[in-house]
Design a protein around this ligand. Structure first.
Ligand code: HEM
Length: 285
């Protein structure tokens, strides 16, 4: 952010903007603290994550007496951490919110998941990912929520490179801004019949047929290509683990007469529920 713009926004007469700037500052402090804690226990022999790569790059450049590019300065690394937390929080959290809401409306899938998970993990309180990763009903439910409620529903703009491109037999000149967005692509009735219904069974029925490749190809929620979502596997793992843990132990029901209205989808860049809440009732099985 440009420093002057940042200062102006901080003192803006609009309360929402001032709150946003203060929240961003708090958030940055949190990320800086996390980075310092990370460095305090940093061991290059055992750490092989993204931040370790950045720290190692900076160490090597320092040893060679070279100047440090911004992306591996302390500020650059802390910005990277903030980006990861921003990118991974509301997307995953709101997907889980819609997932439990849609399951509350489809108790038959809760019954199916409960049986599948209990058979696979027994009494384990926090099921090990290796035991649940490939469970068919769990996979179908997660794919269906990704299709039905894509956390990032908007078109993300790309610029057509030099020489132009041919898309679906249409020539698009270089420099044209293009995008496609997940919400409508993933509700294309020619690929997903009855697209406005939450129906995990469609994934199970398609398995082993050529339709499954078409369906997977049509899924845009994580983007496509070289700049697609870095955290898609982490997000999928988190969602499957949370779903298995809840399905094993709880029955989930709609908890308020307002829940259906609250859960109408609003495109806020990230998909959010209109009421900004989801009241559900969980009962121990
Ligand atoms: C359900 C959860 C998630 C959804 C739907 C989602 C969706 C997306 C989308 C649509 C993009 C842009 C792709 C493009 O421009 O073509 C993206 C990028 C990215 N996501 Fe996610 N994301 C999720 C979770 C996460 C998590 C958990 C993390 C990391 C902790 C993460 C980190 C990133 C990063 C770093 C990028 C930028 C990649 C790049 O520009 O090279 N995301 N994500």
């Amino acid at each position: 952010m440009f420093p002057l713009t940042s200062k102006l926004l901080y003192h803006s007469p609009i309360k929402g903007l001032r709150n946003f700037m203060r929240a961003a500052e708090e958030f940055n402090k949190y990320c800086l603290g996390s980075y310092k804690r990370y460095l305090a226990s940093y061991d290059p022999q055992t750490r092989h994550d993204l931040i370790a790569r950045m720290v190692n790059e900076r160490t090597a450049l320092t040893k060679q007496g070279q100047s440090i590019p911004r992306h591996v300065t302390e500020r650059g690394i802390v910005d990277e951490l903030s980006n990861l937390v921003f990118a991974g929080t509301d997307t995953t959290g709101n997907t889980l919110t819609y997932l439990f809401y849609d399951l509350a409306r489809h108790p038959e899938w809760q019954t199916r998941l409960h049986k599948e998970v209990v058979d696979a993990v027994g009494e384990q309180a926090s099921p090990d990912y290796s035991l649940i990763q490939g469970l068919p009903a769990l996979e179908a439910v997660v794919q269906e929520i990704f299709r039905f409620r894509p956390a990032s529903p908007d078109g993300l703009i790309r610029v057509v490179p030099k020489g132009g491109a041919v898309v679906d037999s249409v020539f698009v000149p270089a420099g044209t801004l293009v995008s496609s967005q997940a919400l409508s692509t993933q509700r294309d009735p020619t690929i997903f019949p009855d697209p406005d219904s939450f129906n995990p069974q469609r994934w199970l029925d398609a398995e082993g047929t050529e339709n499954i490749d078409l369906m997977r190809e049509q899924m845009l929620l994580f983007g496509k290509g070289a700049r697609s979502c870095l955290g898609r596997r982490l997000a999928t793992m988190e969602i499957k683990c949370a779903l298995a843990a809840i399905a094993r132990r709880y029955k989930v029901e709609i908890g308020s007469a307002e829940t259906d209205d609250d859960m109408q989808m609003i495109d806020h860049f990230v998909l959010i529920p209109k009421g900004q809440r989801c009241v559900l009732r969980l009962t121990r099985l």
